[in-house]
Design a protein around this ligand. Sequence first.
Ligand code: SF4
Length: 119
Amino acid sequence: MNGSLSCSAVNCVHNLSGLCSANKILVNGLSAQASTGTQCETFAEKGIKNALMHLTNMNIPGEIRQLFNNDGIHMYPEVACNAVRCRFNNDRKCEADRVLIMGAHANSSDGTYCETFTP
Ligand code: SF4
């Protein structure tokens, strides 16, 4: 993905004001035919334990850039994706310009999905 990623999964340890602070995420949905068949596998519930466990996947330079340049999106993850029926999927990498991950009430990956999925 070369664009931006927004995410409503506010309970995720990587969520920073609706943006994703992970270096890389994985979207699952091998047999998905619609958005709701996908999940963000990288979701981890907010908390000290998960913050420490996922430290190596934290985009710290991106977070700093974002904090000091709040006029746009300066932080977005590389998106690997198993939803091979999505038109933006190229060899299990996402090539959409903008990705929106949903999951406002999610407490696990199961409560998330990629709204941008397009068959
Ligand atoms: S837009 Fe398509 S390829 Fe990109 S993450 Fe969502 S489901 Fe995967």
